[in-house]
Every structure is written in C-alpha cells, then in structure tokens.
Design a protein around this ligand. Sequence first.
Ligand code: PLP
Length: 440
Amino acid sequence: MLNLSIASDQIARLSPQEKRSLLADLLRQRADSKTKPEILPEYYQFDLYPEYQKLKQQQQEVASLQLGNPFFVPQDGITSNTTQVRGQELINFATYNYLGMSGDPVVSQAAKDAIDRYGTSVSASRLVSGQKPLHQELEQTIANFIGVEDCIVLVGGHATNVTTIGHLFGQNDLIVHDALSHNSLLQGCLLSGATAVAFPHNDWQAAERILQDRRHRYRRVLIVIEGVYSTDGDIPDLPEFIAVKQRHKAFLMVDEAHSIGVLGQGGRGISEHFGVDARAVDLWMGTLSKSFASCGGYIAGCHAVVEYLKYTAPGFVFSVGISPPNAASVIAAIQLLQAEPERVERLHARARLFLELAQSKGLNTGTSQGSPVIPIVVGDSLRSIQLSQNLFRRGINVPFMIYPSVSQNGARLRFFITCNHTEDQIHYAAEVLAEEVAKL
Ligand SMILES: Cc1ncc(COP(=O)(O)O)c(C=O)c1O
C-alpha cells in the first residue's frame, strides 16, 4: 500500500497508475473507517470487563456488611477438626480432611521419604520421562482399593473430570447428568461438544425417561452422578442408575470426590455402601485432595479405558506426573485407612450425631442423609454470610455457600464433619448454631 501521508508535490510526480492506486487506497480507508466500529476499551482492558465490574459490585455488597472479606482467609497449621486464624483457634467444619489423613505423622513421613528419594517434582509428563515406580504403585493401590482393573492418576481433581469427559465423548454423543453436578463435570461436557442434558437431582427415573426418548439418536451415551453431593450431602441410588445404564447401553461415571474414604464400612465408597460390584460402573472418578490427603484426581475402571487415557488424554499426556510427595501420601493414606477402619466408623458416628442434633433443634438440613456433608439451609445469601461470620466470632469456622453455587433462595452453611471431631465439639457447635440461627 502507498504511504497516504504523501505531500502534494510528491503526488504530482506519481504515474497515472500510482495515482489511481492512491485514490483507491484513500477510498478504501474512508469506507473502512465508516463500517468498522471502534474497539471498546472493555475488549482490551481487564479492569473494564463487565464481568469484572459485576464481581466488584458483589464484593461491595459483602463489604457493606462490615464483616471483613470472608474469602481467602489464611489458616495456619494443619486443617483438621480445628484450625488457626490470626492466632485464634477455631473448631473447624470447613475441611474435606474427612479421615484426618492430612497432618497424620505416618502420611507426612511417607511424603518426606518420597521427597528424599525422588525430589519434589517428577519434572516431566509421565509418558516421556516423568514416570516413577511410585506412580504404578499408586494406581494399583487405588484400583485394588476400589475393586476394578486399573487406574490413571492426574495432577488435579477438576482437571481429571474436564479432560476425561472432554476426551472420551464428542459431538454425536449424549451426556445425561445430575442437575447438581460439580463444575468440573459440566466443564468436561462443554469441552466434549456432546449434547448435555440435566435430570432433576437424584431422579434416576427422569434420567431413564431422557434415555427412552433420545438414546437412539446418539452414538455413545454417558450418565454422570456423584457418590455424595457436596452441596446437599445426599447419596444417589446407585443400583437404580446401574440398571438404567444397562437397559440403555450407556456408560456410567461416578464422581467420588466426597464419597471415597467416606461411604461404606471400609471407606471404599458408594459401591461398598450399596454392596454392588465396582465393575458395574464404567468410570470411577475421585479426587486425592479430600480423604486421601493429597492433590490430584483419578479415573479407575477397566484396563482399556485407562490405557487409552494414558496414551491420549491431553490433561495427562501434556501435563506433568503427580509429584512424589503427593503420590506417596495417597498410598500411605489408603494403607492407614485399611489398617484403621475405625476412622471411617468414627466419621459416620460423628456425622450422625451432628445431623440428629441439628434436626432436633429444628434446623433445616435439606436432604442430607448418611454423609459427613451437612448443610444448614438459610435461604438468603447475605444472611448466610452473616451467620457464618457470627459463628466465627464464637470460635466455629464453617463456610457458606451462596448463589450461583446454589439456587437464589438456597443459600446455606455447609458443615463438613471429620473423624477427628470430638463429641464435645459437635455438641457445642450444634448448640451455638441453633442460638445464632434464632438471632438472625
Ligand atoms: C464433586 C467434585 N468433583 C471434583 C472436584 C475437584 O477436585 P479438586 O478440588 O481435588 O480439584 C471437587 C472439588 O471439590 C468436587 O467436589
């Protein structure tokens, strides 16, 4: 293109063809400036993103309560049945350390030994040069614990769902999932490009109706449920979902983030809880960050799917292997759980005690049943935040959950019970909770 800031004496010296070209450029530039809209600053400045502005507005609403920022509060020490915030010790109901494995000396020692032997990182994808003997031991330990052929471990629980669903399913497939599915499952559905349809929470009959209507139009079909729902603390009817998946030639995936180590006498999850053969479920997903005191996620199932994922799933192939201390802590946690099943028994007893006390005081525990996740449904978001802060002042740390994580009028506190909570702590918390709810 010619330089358009050309001087008039230069124009006089142009050939006729160059003059025609210059004129064409000028006309094109004028047309462009008319049709091309101005690029708004919000498209190239993060602080002007409308989404960011909305976040700032929500933060102002919370700040107007004058209770300080309830998010990102640093907690000192090991988070278990107690935690320390700014030097104050609180009874803690905000941790997924269900079995007290994080902070257990045996688990910590295993992590330290792994660091001494292998370092803090495997520094490469396992497919290339990041494989350690620990990895095979870890995956076999998990597969044996659950009762299936094989297992693959990835570095994040959330990433495990995204990459697995995103990779195994595609455009001509159907995913039928519970309406309360975790964000990681929904992100996996989006990535896959499959048609995703939600069924009402825990309603296997509704899932079946969807399949009756639509199964024949799709290639592969995946049904997705969770072992314990972390918003409500309830448990799906696994045998019925297995029957549905068998009747409609579908795959069944169960996210055991909150049920592995938690359900069943031996903590082997929802299959043990219902006494079903674990091989009846196609994809067992679990996180390593809760009962297993570490960080990462797994898919356990038949050898074929595990091998396929190990060679092709982007979140595994193009990502580093789980770190030695993280791998070793899971192995140690599972061994400790098998040696001390009374941890699970105690967890069940403490959870039952809290649920009974809360219900006897007329508190709304929603549909929670038989799990250590016990919501106290308050309804209004700001009141939930207020209640959480009031409990904090009385020595109890419990997180709130507000819209959009739950419905507009479904805001709540969520109590996560651990096997380390004492009966006294549970009694005290239920007492104070009832008093503070009454004051709202
Ligand atoms: C049901 C469910 N799936 C997956 C995840 C993600 O696990 P992680 O936090 O270990 O990444 C969570 C996290 O809380 C969860 O609740």
